[in-house]
Every structure is written in C-alpha cells, then in structure tokens.
Design a protein around this ligand. Structure first.
Ligand code: PA5
Length: 426
C-alpha cells in the first residue's frame, strides 16, 4: 500500500544492518514496554476502538450536517492539525462542500477571531470544541467568545443541538461545562496523546460532519496495523523509513524537509511536523522537521536546497493518482509557446517536475531524497498513512532513546505566559 524508495537517498549504511535493533524495538512497541507506554493506545486502536461511540459519531454527524453551514472546529495542536490535514487531503481546497469548516482556538490573534465572528454572523453554525485537558488557553478563550456568540444567536437550549465537546471522559473543566450545558460529548482516550489522536473522536467527529467517510479511514488504519506489525525490515516500509532517518542523521543531516507536490497536502505536512517534532525533539536530540510544497517552493526555498548549506534531506510524499486531472488544451496560435505540452495531462507535468527536481537535488546538489508513495489522497490512504507515521515515529524515537509520547518542553512558554497574564496559581 505504501512504499519507500531509497534509491536517491545517498545512504552510507545499509538499512538491513539495523535489523537486530529493529527486532528488539518492535517488541518494545508491540509489548508496550518502552518509555511513555501508557500512551500507546493507538497501537491496536484499529481493533479496540469503541464501536458504539463510532456509531454515535455517525449519527450525530448526520443530525448536525444540515444545520452546519459553517462548522467551527475549536482546538490546537493534536486537537486541531489531524482533522484539518485529513479534510484538506481528502476533499481538496475547493471541494464545493456545502459546509464550510473554520478552525479556531489555535491562535491568540484578535484579528483572526474578530474576522471569524464577522464572517459567521449571518450563517448557521455548529461548533465542535476539542480539548483533552480542557484547559488549553487558546482553545478555552476562543470557545468562550464563540459560545457567547452562539448563545446570543440561538439561546442555550438550541446550543445543545449545535455544540459538541470532545474531551476527557471524566476530568477537566470542558467536561464539567459540557455536562452542565447538556452538550453532546465524545471521549478522547486516556492512552492516546494529542498528536496520535486524529483516529479517535478528535479527528473523526469533524471529519464525519464534513462528509468524510470515516469507516474507510478506519479500514486503512486497520490494514496498516496488520501489515506493519512485522519487524522484518524487508517487509516494513515504515521501519525502513525510521531507520533511514537515523542513518541520514548519522551522516550529518539534522533537518528533514517533507515535500509534497499537492497544495492540499500542506496541512498534512503541518500534522507530520507536529508528530515528528514533538515526539523526537528532546534531550538535545532529534531531526528538525520542516516542509515545502513543490513546485511552488522550488521558486523560493529551492535555491537553498540546491546550493545552500548541506543540512537537510528531503522526504517526498508521492501521490500516484491525483484526485482530479485534466488535459492541456492546444492553442491554434501557440502565442504562449506551450503547445509542446498540448494533449498531456497536468498531473504528468507535475510528475515530470518531481523527477527533474529529484535529479537536480540528489545528483547535482548532493541532497538525499527519500520517496514515500501513496496510491491516492482518499480516506483509506489517510488512515493507512496515519499508522505508517505513528509506528515509524515510535521506532525512530526509540532508536535514539527518546520517549515519543511526552512533550515536557511545551509547558515552559505556558508557565511564562500565565505569569504575564496574571493567572491565579490556586
Ligand atoms: O500533542 C499534544 O499533546 C498537544 O499538541 C495537544 O494536543 C495540544 O496542546 C492541545 O491539548 P488539549 O487537547 O489538552 O487542549
């Protein structure tokens, strides 16, 4: 289903030489004996997820869909990026969906929230607020403002039909507030952390409301769980990828640039950056995850990649079949001199740009390129891809003795910000 091509990766060690290490860590992952093992619910989630809750997600989505001219999704980090990545990947950027999704609660920008408020003023709004802790300031603040807007517009009674909370099953202020107000609630499992949570109600609720087929996502996730549950490096592209990252960092590359040739994958890159960056960037270790969208960024960052300091390798996410394609028309006058492409497909041009760029970067520029292929940008592929990157992240982090499931560093800005905001310490 997903393949890794290392023929342009300029590897100086063989992947197979890591087989013994991978055998050992594969056991650590599947037997859940490593660091952070209380956050490994994602490992078999494709099998163990709450089926009744899944059905309820489908029912609630069906119920609110018609009301949702605008769906507000209020959350940040792991409670935001996955849903946005999936919606954009699967539906594209101009899908014609009758529901417009707007992501809020992921910034303190006053201009942003004020403009959202103006934009939704006369629209029919449904909101899904998502926060595991229930106390994240960006999310809680936006929720307060938007809840007030909705209560003024619809009254508290109608808000019960329009506000859905996804949060911890028992703890936290959001859970208490949702229960008090009578909102529909969905549970974020205790043992799945934010950046691994798109496969739980965190991602599935907004996806279902937007009309994404979440059963197909779970089918892709399940197949990946079955197929990637092997330590055999020759059969497991996710572990091959995990090993390649380590080999390339050993060769001195401290930056990984995630490259896609589809603008609708830009948010997937953001999701991937959180997954790798928050999981691995600890104890002065890790590879900095960066991203680019080609060919757009070949006209900007391309110069650095080609001829700048040799700090990075590229990981290309290649899409075999585009969601849509079209043929380039012939122009009788050929005044733009583009007739040499007449009759060719747009996607063929994109693929030729990719091949030419790999050659430029690898052969001329000496920049290693890993190529991960997915068949398409549909639901099943998204579900599969999630598992691929989850398990690759666990493996690649354990290889350098990093706990992939905590994020102690993100607390420090909060502490300083709370002091400046005068938050009561209790
Ligand atoms: O990966 C993570 O754990 C974080 O990005 C969280 O998802 C993010 O901080 C939001 O947290 P919460 O869902 O508690 O509001």
């Amino acid at each position: 289903m997903m393949k890794l091509n290392t023929s342009h990766a300029l590897l100086k060690e063989s992947i197979e030489s890591y087989q013994e290490k991978v055998n050992e860590l594969h056991k650590v992952i599947f037997e859940r004996t490593g660091a952070g093992n209380d956050f490994m619910g994602w490992v078999d989630w494709a099998e163990t997820y709450d089926k009744a809750e899944f059905e309820r997600i489908l029912q609630v989505a069906e119920k609110v869909k018609d009301k949702a001219e605008v769906l507000l999704v209020c959350g940040i980090g792991g409670s935001y990026l996955g849903a946005r990545a999936a919606i954009e990947m699967i539906q594209g950027l101009y899908s014609g969906n009758k529901t417009e999704v707007i992501f809020v609660g992921n910034t303190f920008s006053s201009t942003y929230i004020a403009q959202v408020l103006k934009h939704i003023q006369d629209k029919s709004v449904v909101m899904n607020v998502i926060s595991k802790s229930g106390t994240t300031t960006e999310t809680a603040l936006a929720f307060r403002v938007l809840r007030e807007f909705m209560e003024n517009k619809y009254g508290k009674e109608e808000c019960k039909e329009r506000i859905i909370a996804t949060t911890d099953k028992a703890r936290g202020t959001l859970k208490a507030l949702a229960d008090k107000e009578g909102y529909e609630t969905f549970v974020i499992p205790d043992d799945i952390g934010g950046r691994y949570s798109v496969i739980t109600p965190v991602g599935l609720v907004p996806l279902a409301i937007m009309g994404v087929d979440i059963k197909k996502i779970m089918a892709g996730l399940y197949d990946a769980y079955k197929e990637l549950n092997t330590a055999d490096l020759s059969k497991n592209p996710a572990y091959q990828y995990a090993v390649c990252r380590r080999i390339l960092q050993n060769q001195g590359y401290d930056v990984e640039m995630f490259v896609a040739y589809e603008p609708q994958l830009a948010m997937l890159a953001e999701w991937w950056k959180q997954l790798l960056g928050e999981s691995e960037g600890k104890d002065g270790k890790g590879i900095l995850p960066d991203s680019a969208n080609f060919s757009t960024d070949l006209h900007s960052l391309g110069q650095f990649i080609q001829e700048g300091k040799k700090v990075l390798f590229e990981t290309i996410l290649e899409v075999e079949n585009p969601t849509e394609d079209l043929l380039i028309p012939t122009d009788a006058e050929n005044s733009d001199q583009m007739n040499y492409l007449a009759g060719k497909s747009y996607d063929w041009v994109n693929k030729m740009a990719c091949l030419g760029t790999i050659e430029a970067h690898e052969v001329t520029g000496g920049v290693p390129n890993l190529i991960i292929s997915i068949p398409d940008m549909k639901e099943y592929s998204f579900g599969y891809l999630c598992y691929f990157f989850f398990i690759a992240t666990a493996m690649t982090c354990y290889m350098i003795d990093i706990n992939p499931f905590n994020q102690p560093g993100v607390e420090i800005y909060k502490k300083n910000m709370f002091r400046l905001l005068g938050k009561p310490t209790k």
